[in-house]
Design a protein around this ligand. Structure first.
Ligand code: SAM
Length: 277
């Protein structure tokens, strides 16, 4: 008998499953964007040969290793160095001089995945002569990604694309001066890490932990529903100093959040905002 995997999961089935996951493991995906989590769950069922929602439920709730695999599949880790170069160009030309006015600069990269964005901002701060008086907190819910981020080792075959991104972002140096090639890997300059603290932080449930001049949270809010987006923007608002800067991903926005009127766009297209009240 050929058993085919279901092609849809109903909203009720999904919501029950996410609540059971929360009760069993403490991971709260109940406020993630429904369409995205359904798509990821169906993909997971297909790759794990789980044909019904009940089979998915049993596999996730009875086997922690399967659940961890599911978490990795739900938490999309796609990232790049100098991703969306014009965003970084905007940081270089319009945000760095603002940061330079502070004696000590605190940056939070929330949802940093495997760290490419963190090393990019560290390079930018270094080129502006600001890195040695900065501290960058790089956080993510995914410990596995954080571990990779800490290593600062990225595939060598991506360096060509990252060099192009770096140059488009206004970078003037030889990008290869920031890493050492070892076999197929690029080992990033250890000194870039001196001012970076990597730590787990769950945007859905954890609190603010400092006051920052710059927060980057790019391509994370898109995975959350409107209510969680609102909660996380409130968290960023509370974590920014007055006239602190918030950078979001290019598909993300402050519209429909309670704090929308407390920010002004430094560059609306690049999603760079200033906290003004
Ligand atoms: C697509 S990646 C974005 C990486 C990077 N910010 C960028 O723009 O290239 C999304 C990241 O958000 C993280 N994430 C998802 N839910 C989270 C949560 N509740 N708290 C913290 N990070 C979360 C995922 O683990 C993943 O690393």
């Amino acid at each position: 008998m050929v058993v085919r995997t279901v092609e849809t999961i109903s909203s009720d089935e999904l919501s029950r499953l996410l609540q059971e996951i929360r009760e069993t493991y403490g991971y709260d995906f109940t406020q993630y964007a429904e369409a995205s989590i359904k798509r990821r769950s169906l993909y997971f069922m297909n790759t794990h040969k789980l044909h019904t929602v009940q089979q998915l439920r049993e596999a996730l709730l009875n086997d922690e290793a399967v659940f961890e695999d599911f978490v990795r599949n739900v938490l999309v880790t796609v990232t790049e160095m100098f991703r969306d170069p014009l965003f970084y160009l905007c940081l270089r030309s319009r945000v760095m001089r603002r940061l330079a006015t502070y004696p000590f600069i605190k940056v939070w990269v929330a949802g940093c995945a495997t760290g490419e964005e963190v090393y990019s901002i560290a390079i930018l701060l270094k080129e502006e002569g600001l890195l040695n008086r900065s501290i960058i907190y790089a956080t993510d819910i995914n410990q596995h990604s954080l571990h990779q981020a800490k290593e600062g080792i990225f595939p060598m075959d991506l360096m060509k694309a990252y060099t192009v991104n770096y140059q488009k972002s206004g970078g003037q140096k030889d990008f290869s001066s920031y890493y050492v090639a070892q076999h197929n890997a690029a080992l990033f300059d250890r000194s870039l890490r001196n001012n970076i603290v990597f730590a787990p932080h769950n945007l859905a449930s954890d609190q603010s932990f400092n006051e920052f001049q710059l927060i980057l949270c790019r391509n994370v809010l898109i995975y959350f529903n409107q209510s969680l987006q609102n909660k996380v923007v409130n968290l960023f608002y509370d974590s920014l100093c007055m006239f602190g800067v918030l950078g979001l991903g290019n598909k993300e926005s402050l519209l429909f959040t309670e704090k929308a009127n407390h920010f002004e766009a430094i560059d609306a297209k690049q999603k760079v905002f200033l906290k003004t009240s």
